[in-house]
Design a protein around this ligand. Structure first.
Ligand SMILES: Nc1ncnc2c1ncn2[C@@H]1O[C@H](COP(=O)(O)OP(=O)(O)OP(=O)(O)O)[C@@H](O)[C@H]1O
Ligand SMILES: [Mg+2]
Length: 445
């Protein structure tokens, strides 16, 4: 594997001397004569260690450390300080530098220091990659549950577009899995080792959202005390997920269109452009065409976003997936709650299938969580469901149940109410104790 070292120093002699010594050890060397050029190299190459002069024409080496770490947190920085500049070295370490070398030091000191910094950086890169691949696993398409045709179609489309950098618009009702898809697309892309950053466009006011997205200069508005990096910059090289894009203010929509078309934007209070390489995945549960007709959404942005539109089906469109998803959530929640495995009674499964599921997968997940908590026996039963599931408006749920099933359900309820006290239960049910015992036996309660 190639190990890359970057040397940032404005003095040619020092740069070439250091390069020679370091290359002899088999490292790849990059050079930059200014701080700005150094940071540029860092954005393009995976650099393990940086040797950076403290006195650069355009920057102070100590102040470079956080900037370097912001671009590549896994890299290690060794600062080059002038002879006798002890205070510099102390602040350097405090600022997060790995160590420092004093100019004129014995050259033999340099290599051991560089190899220690490289070893540390290698460990950090490895850990980051391990986390990224664990994330890939967690967010991969294989984790998306759904066998129905419309779902399989959506997954197929998403897999195809994932490997490109094309903008994707995910549409669908609330709770249909738009965020899950956005993450799967990122994980299956070549950008998976870089950040996936989600922004909810409806959560913030327009000024805050703009500074959150693009960052700001100190003093650009009241409260902007420090320069702030925006989420677009944080996501550089990765994916930005713009959730609820239909809620975005028109002025910001214009700025977003510009990022989509040129890859550049202006921070709040800044006059020069910042360039980023981010893949945009947007989501909405609104009909953007209608919003455009009403003047709430820019038509040009709508066209730009809908280059590749994936519509996620509602649960009602894929009833066959309901039991599958329910089974998946039961398994997942039992594991999480340390509960022994649970099944579903026929009436339970049927009630799930008859429900309108306005909140889609999210609603289903919540209903299952409640049911698992209430579980009383090896199978989930109708009475673990909210009341409106048990007695649907059309009445079909209850109408179609056998009398015996209703009796069983009711006895179970009363038993739970009396905490298993048979005498009290029989009394409340208006039957004899012997009858109750017989029914408990018969229904396996
Ligand atoms: N296909 C799926 N398989 C398993 N779980 C899923 C699937 N799709 C979504 N979920 C789960 O359902 C819930 C809702 O998904 P998600 O947040 O992605 O929906 P959404 O479309 O973004 O909703 P909203 O529009 O309300 O933001 C999450 O808990 C998610 O983990
Ligand atoms: Mg969402």
């Amino acid at each position: 594997m190639k190990v890359n070292i970057l040397i940032i120093d404005d003095e040619n002699d020092i740069r070439s001397l250091l390069s020679r010594i370091i290359r002899l050890e088999g490292y790849e060397v990059f050079q930059a004569e200014t701080g700005a050029k150094g940071l540029k190299v860092l954005q393009q190459e995976k650099i393990h260690a940086i040797i950076c002069d403290v006195k650069l024409p355009d920057a102070n080496g100590v102040e470079m450390v956080p900037k370097i770490k912001a671009i590549s947190p896994q890299s290690e920085v060794i600062l080059l300080t002038a002879f006798g500049a002890i205070p510099d070295s102390v602040t350097a370490i405090k600022a997060g530098a790995f160590d420092y070398i004093t100019k004129g030091d014995d050259n033999n000191k340099i290599i051991p220091l560089v190899s220690r910094a490289v070893a540390k950086a290698l460990g950090q890169f490895e850990q980051k990659e391990a986390t990224a691949s664990a994330n890939d696993q967690r967010h991969s398409f294989s984790k998306i549950v759904g066998q129905s045709k419309p779902m399989q179609h959506a997954i197929e489309m998403a897999k195809k577009v994932a490997t490109t950098s094309t903008t994707v618009l995910l549409t669908g009702e609330t709770g249909t899995g738009k965020e899950v898809f956005a993450q799967a697309i990122h994980s299956a892309s070549g950008r998976s080792a870089k950040p996936f950053v989600a922004i909810n466009c409806s959560a913030l006011g327009k000024e805050l959202l703009e500074s959150e997205m693009f960052g700001h200069k100190a003093g650009s508005f009241t409260g902007a005390v420090k320069d702030k990096i925006g989420l677009f910059e944080e996501a550089n090289g990765g994916t930005i997920f713009l959730d609820e894009i239909g809620e975005m203010d028109l002025v910001l929509q214009a700025k977003l269109l510009r990022v989509l078309e040129t890859g550049t934007f202006m921070k709040v209070g800044e006059t020069k452009e910042t360039r980023v390489d981010v893949r945009i995945v947007a989501a909405t549960n609104r009909d953007l065409q209608t919003e455009s007709d009403r003047g709430n959404f820019r038509l040009d942005l709508f066209y730009r976003l809908s280059v590749f539109n994936i519509r996620l089906p509602s649960l009602q469109e894929r009833p066959g997936d309901i039991s599958l998803l329910a089974g998946h959530f039961i398994k997942m929640l039992c594991a999480k709650m340390n509960h022994s495995p649970l099944g579903m009674e026929a009436a339970f499964a049927k009630a799930l299938n008859n429900h309108p599921w306005k909140g889609n997968i999210r609603e289903l997940k919540n209903v299952i969580e409640r049911a698992v908590i209430l579980a009383n026996g090896p199978d989930l039963t109708l009475d673990c469901l909210p009341y409106d599931f048990q007695y649907t408006e059309s009445g079909n749920q209850l109408d179609l149940m056998k009398l015996a099933e209703i009796e069983k359900m009711h006895i179970r309820k009363v038993l739970a109410h009396t905490k298993g006290n048979k005498t009290k239960t029989a009394e409340l049910l208006g039957i004899g104790l012997a009858t109750l015992y017989r029914k408990i036996e018969e229904y396996g309660l």
